[in-house]
Design a protein around this ligand. Structure first.
Ligand code: 13P
Length: 285
């Protein structure tokens, strides 16, 4: 059964490790991540962006697929199904569809509006036992060109005080690959946010490509959830390309999707395991 992310993240914060949020794109992704979590006795959060939700034929399809897998694969570790960077409408739709956790990304609104919308969604979600992640200080992407330096710790405190279960704050992190001239995470801002928000689990987006020492320092400063998406996509693409370039799809029944997608599936599993080791969530289920 899906669980809210609250308990697993409170435990992670107290135990000084982080739970990985791995974004899903299709059946192979979901199965690879769930099996890896089970094999390593690790809690896990399945992230679904609005775009990926649409691609997978809507939130109801996603909920059905994940619940079916939890049962068939006999998954007993804690699993949360979480909307990633949700809009106000998307968050409501996921609450209705049966997600166990949502992120409302109101970081692009003026802080008053972010507060008002986050407050309303907390009310609806918490009434159903669903956890809520909020965001302050936009987390950029490669397409933005500019990387935001950091969230305002006072605004983080205002949002944390609304009763959110986890808080994402921009501290120089971005989605996708980091550019060669990236200055790294802003640990001074992170330390200030942690000081003001206390036991609130903090979320680090853009987990792909952040060096291990920075991940460890972020965890020591209160990060309890780390989001990874691009890295699984890169491993999957790399393994699939190697299979095709080696002409394996032309040998025997190598074109069968169960064979063609198998190397990518294994590559996702290896990446997820590596991240769980780095985040310290193995054997914490
Ligand atoms: P990456 O794609 O950089 O790993 O970031 C994932 C993420 O933060 C999803 O919210």
């Amino acid at each position: 059964m899906l669980v809210s992310a609250k308990e697993m993240l409170d435990k992670a914060k107290a135990g000084k490790y982080a739970v990985g949020q791995f974004n899903i794109n299709n059946l192979e992704w979901t199965k690879a991540i769930l099996l890896t979590a089970q094999e390593n006795n690790s809690p896990v959060i399945l992230g679904v962006s609005e775009g990926a939700g649409k691609y997978m034929c809507g939130y109801n399809t996603v909920v059905g697929m994940v619940n079916g897998m939890l049962e068939t694969l006999k998954i007993t570790v804690p699993v949360a199904l979480h909307l990633d960077h949700g809009s106000y409408e998307g968050a409501k739709a996921c609450i209705e569809a049966g997600f166990s956790s949502i992120m409302f990304d109101g970081s692009h609104y003026p802080i008053e509006e972010n507060i008002a919308k986050t407050t309303e969604l907390i009310g609806i979600a918490h009434a159903k036992g669903i956890s809520v992640e909020a965001e302050v200080g936009a987390i950029g992407g490669e397409e933005d060109g500019v990387i935001g330096g950091g969230a305002d710790p006072k605004e983080c405190k205002m949002i944390a005080d609304l009763g959110v279960d986890m808080l994402a704050a921009g501290i120089g992190n971005i989605h996708g690959k980091y550019p060669a001239n990236w200055k790294g995470l802003n640990f001074d801002v992170l330390a200030e946010i942690q000081k003001l928000t206390g036991t609130m689990p903090l979320v680090l987006h853009g987990g792909t490509g952040i060096p291990a020492d920075m991940i460890k320092e972020a965890i020591s400063l209160g990060v309890s959830k780390i989001n990874v998406n691009t890295e699984c996509q890169l491993s999957f693409a790399d393994a699939t390309r190697k299979y095709i370039e080696a002409g394996k799809d032309l040998e025997g029944k190598g074109f069968d999707p169960r064979k063609l997608l198998a190397p990518g599936f294994e590559a996702i599993k290896a990446t997820v395991k590596e991240k769980m080791e780095l985040f310290g969530s193995i054997d914490k289920a």
